[in-house]
Ligand binder design. Structure first.
Ligand SMILES: [Zn+2]
Length: 470
């Protein structure tokens, strides 16, 4: 599609609300694009980048827009000079109403120039795509959120509820520093909000480029690594004995491989399968509805569970991911260890999963321990009408006939720190993409240009609907 035709279509989309002049639209897009470009072009990888630089750059933009300095803070945690985080607020008219928090992460996954087709830290627009590390994950949302605050302030918009912004560092680097976790522990008051909007899902385009559904994430599984360890006196391998640390561990792992955790549902996954059934081919639709019966129809359930993506959101999963054993090729092993990675269904305690693993293994000499201290968990945030209503309404206006699909996240986002801290966190962005072409975390990450601008409009309208005002 030519550029002018694209612009024409977008204009048509806007005209029914209020007459928008092409120049105005282009100028507004150019302002937003400048924020986005600046964010993408500041390297924020752990190895060689700086979130602090990005946080300062965005703080500067908010100050320039007129947001009071006392409402903008760059928080650099002690011992982590490059891991700066930005918190800002645009105070609402109603002092009693809870704020709405806009949450995005500044840091990105490592990207080596040699491996990429284009420089990962230069925003490249080519063939209808923006390319660069973080163009989707998560600098699209970060730039959109900064742009929303800037536009609200410069246009004189007065929100009823306070709008808060948190741009954090360290989301992509487990076992180092995590900004959202740090802020929850040290600056809970600054983050405080009735609920938060975050990454965690997206809109899906078909291979032909038509919108299939708009996602909204409510809840995520809990990440927990377990360490399995077997010790043994060992000895000379020329005189083997039956009791062998490697064989004991192998047996334990075999039992875990054969074990299946109970299938469970919550409000999010029930709504997900219900609505997915409305879009699926007839046969699959019947299966999806049959698993929602009480109890689920066993044969339909078996077919649905055969899909790893469905299996992942229907139960706790645990899988061996690392293995290490023995100290010499000619010695009986004195130690064998494995890492078992579990993704725990929301609401289940990590300690209960450890007990279940111990029972499944059935061998007290295989010691099961937490590889890292368990994080605080909570049930998923409720998809109330207050949250879901505006999403469905605006999504329906922008993408008529395209359903909104509630979604349980099998991976993890920073929502796992905020929701248990009493700030229910939802993933929604209206960014429609073909997942295989986005390549978040991968090579040549990119996002369709038009999807970015439409997602920006969606979030702008959604945030205004939530916070009220004019
Ligand atoms: Zn992300």
């Amino acid at each position: 599609m030519t550029r002018s035709l694209m612009t024409g279509l977008v204009l048509l989309g806007c005209l029914w609300r209020a007459p928008v002049l092409a120049d105005e639209l282009d100028a507004s897009r150019a302002d937003f694009r400048a924020i986005y470009k600046q964010l993408v072009e500041i390297n924020t990888t752990l190895s060689s980048g700086s979130c602090t630089e990005a946080a300062n750059a965005m703080a500067h933009r908010l100050r320039t827009a007129g947001i009071a300095s006392q409402n903008i803070q760059v928080i650099v945690p002690p011992g982590w000079p490059q891991q700066g985080n930005l918190i800002a607020a645009l105070p609402g008219l109603d002092p009693d109403a809870k704020a709405v928090l806009l949450l995005a992460h500044l840091d990105v996954v490592e990207a080596n120039r040699e491996d990429w087709e284009r420089d990962p830290f230069t925003l490249v627009e080519e063939d209808g795509y923006f390319y660069g590390r973080g163009t989707m994950d998560d600098k699209a949302m970060a730039a959109i959120f900064v742009d929303i605050l800037v536009r609200m302030k410069t246009s004189g918009y007065r929100p009823e509820r306070t709008v808060k912004l948190a741009l954090t560092c360290g989301e992509e680097t487990p076992n180092t520093f995590n900004g959202a976790h740090y802020l929850v522990e040290h600056h809970r008051d600054l983050l405080d909000a009735g609920f938060a909007l975050n990454e965690g899902t997206m809109g899906i385009l078909s291979p032909e480029g038509t919108p299939v559904y708009n996602g909204v994430q409510a809840g995520e599984k809990t990440y927990q690594d377990f360490r399995l360890e077997v010790r043994n006196p060992g000895g000379h391998s020329s005189r083997p004995v039956k009791d062998n640390a490697i064989y004991r561990l192998a047996t334990a792992l075999r039992r875990i491989a054969d074990h299946e955790f109970v299938v469970e549902f919550n409000d999010t996954t029930r709504a997900y399968f219900q609505r997915l059934a409305g879009m699926a081919p007839q046969e699959q639709a019947a299966d999806l509805l049959a698993i929602l019966q009480e109890p689920p129809a066993p044969e339909a359930l078996a077919r649905v569970l055969a899909d790893p993506s469905f299996n992942a959101i229907l139960r706790t999963t645990c899988v061996a991911t690392q293995l290490s054993a023995g100290h010499a090729p000619n010695a009986l092993p004195q130690r064998a260890t494995a890492n078992v990675n579990c993704r725990i269904f929301p609401g289940r305690e990590q300690a209960a999963i450890r007990r279940e693993l111990e029972q499944v293994i059935g061998d007290p000499d295989v010691v099961v321990s937490f590889a890292d201290p368990p994080e605080t968990t909570s049930p998923p945030p409720a998809l109330t009408a207050e949250i879901l209503g505006p999403i469905e309404q605006i999504s329906g206006e922008m993408w008529p006939g395209v359903p909104v699909l509630p979604h349980l996240q099998a991976g993890g986002t920073d929502g796992r720190f905020l929701t248990p801290a009493g700030i229910p966190t939802y993933g929604v962005n209206g960014l429609f993409v073909q997942p295989e072409r986005v390549r978040a975390h991968g090579l040549n990450e990119g996002i369709p240009v038009e999807s970015l601008y439409r997602g920006r409009e969606f979030l702008d309208r959604l945030v205004k609907r939530y916070v009220g005002g004019e």
